[in-house]
Design a protein around this ligand. Structure first.
Ligand code: SAM
Length: 373
């Protein structure tokens, strides 16, 4: 078993979301969580890292750090990888695919870095297991070699599918928001899950579902599997207990009034499908409505939305006309707040609103601002 000792893990997150991811890890009890560019570092045993896989909303992946060090030559990379404790983690029959990335490093060929890394792991395993036969017919241990500057980091992925694959979205609408970004926006909105929430441009419903998960204390990864659950040296019973505990915490009765509207009936069809697949039928209401005509009964609503940006959907004029409708929407709902993500740099000017809080982050490749009004 490799569970008793502490290891270094990183939770990767989109640029701008490292702070949100760190806060989530701290809340989960990983007191040494430390944000870096594109990730948050923390120490844990394997059951602890599995808990992070299950519960993190904003992270893309959880990776075990196997080795880190300066590498300017392939020989240095080979030695770094060969001396890492792979045989403590991997069984003899482990399947070991290797992915790679290089940025601003002397070792520029990603393919060669992958090949050297694989060769060094194989050599390490052969020597540790006193055999040349490594069948690779067992569970997957996805290794990644990443060079930034001349520092190499070798990791193993605990997740398998990326963490945004919660299992409820099988049909993509136009410009949907990633589940991980949506979860981060729910956090950044400051919504506490005890007042109504409405997305007036809800599209396929991602923000609504992630908000409902939060309010219901539902672990985002509750119904999906992770590679680490198939690793023979990890205490399967401990992981099962963590999953059972998460199941017990899920309480859909805690979900307040959550609703969404959109002008596009096809997007709403997808939203209904996703809500059903997320097990939230009857807990989230969606309906067709132009934002300009939206009038809700509820009070103190948190309007949380990802409207068109004028880059990927529709043209800029049309989307600016929609932005001008946001202030009247707020005025029709006194006591409510509005939270918007957009890549349009002039949102505040066009909407005639001044943000009380702004966070810069990426939605896919688009640099965006998330603003609270
Ligand atoms: C960027 S998409 C939202 C994607 C959504 N967050 C998701 O995860 O699928 C913007 C949405 O705004 C909707 N929309 C555009 N103009 C609208 C209007 N006047 N009233 C309501 N919805 C509108 C579009 O139909 C589209 O679904």
């Amino acid at each position: 078993m490799i569970d008793d000792s502490k290891h270094t893990f990183i939770a990767t997150a989109a640029a701008g979301l490292e702070g949100v991811c760190k806060r989530e890890l701290l809340r989960l009890g990983f007191a040494d969580a430390r944000a870096e560019l594109g990730c948050v570092r923390f120490t844990a045993d394997f059951p602890g890292a599995f808990r992070a896989c299950l519960w993190l909303g904003s992270a893309d992946r959880v990776l075990l750090v196997m080795a880190e060090g300066e590498c300017r030559t392939f020989e240095e990379l080979f030695q770094l990888v060969r001396s890492a404790p792979f045989s403590e983690v991997l069984p003899r029959d482990a399947a070991i695919p290797v992915s790679g990335r290089c940025a601003r490093s002397q070792l520029m060929s990603v393919r060669d870095c992958q090949a050297i890394t694989k060769k060094a792991i194989v050599e390490h395993m052969r020597s540790a297991y006193h055999t040349s036969a490594l069948p690779e017919t067992g569970p997957r241990y996805q290794v990644d070699v990443a060079l930034h500057g001349d520092v190499a980091r070798i990791t193993i992925d605990l997740c398998g599918d990326a963490l945004n694959r919660r299992g409820y979205r099988t049909w993509n609408g136009e410009a949907p928001l990633r589940e991980t970004a949506a979860a981060a926006l729910v956090t950044l909105s400051g919504w506490r899950g005890d007042t109504p929430l409405h997305d007036p441009c809800c599209g396929t419903g991602t923000l609504l579902i992630e908000a409902a998960f939060r309010a219901a204390h539902r672990a985002p990864g509750l119904t999906r599997g992770f590679d680490v659950e198939r690793w023979p040296r990890v205490d399967a019973a401990a992981l099962e207990r963590i999953r059972e505990e998460a199941k017990k915490q899920y309480d859909p009765a805690r979900i307040p009034a959550i609703s969404g509207s959109d002008i596009n009936p096809e997007a709403l069809e997808l939203a209904r499908r996703h809500i059903r697949q997320a097990g939230l039928e009857g807990r989230i209401r969606v309906f067709q409505r132009d934002l300009r005509d939206l009038q809700l009964e509820e009070k103190e609503i948190c309007f949380l939305t990802n409207p068109p940006y004028g880059e990927r959907l529709g043209d800029r004029k049309q989307c600016e006309a929609l932005y001008r409708q946001m202030k009247p929407l707020l005025q029709r709902h006194p006591g409510s707040r509005l939270c918007v993500i957009t890549s349009h740099p002039g949102f505040e000017r066009v909407a005639g609103l001044r943000a009380v809080k702004k966070t810069r982050l990426y939605n896919g490749r688009l640099e965006c601002n998330f603003m609270r009004f």
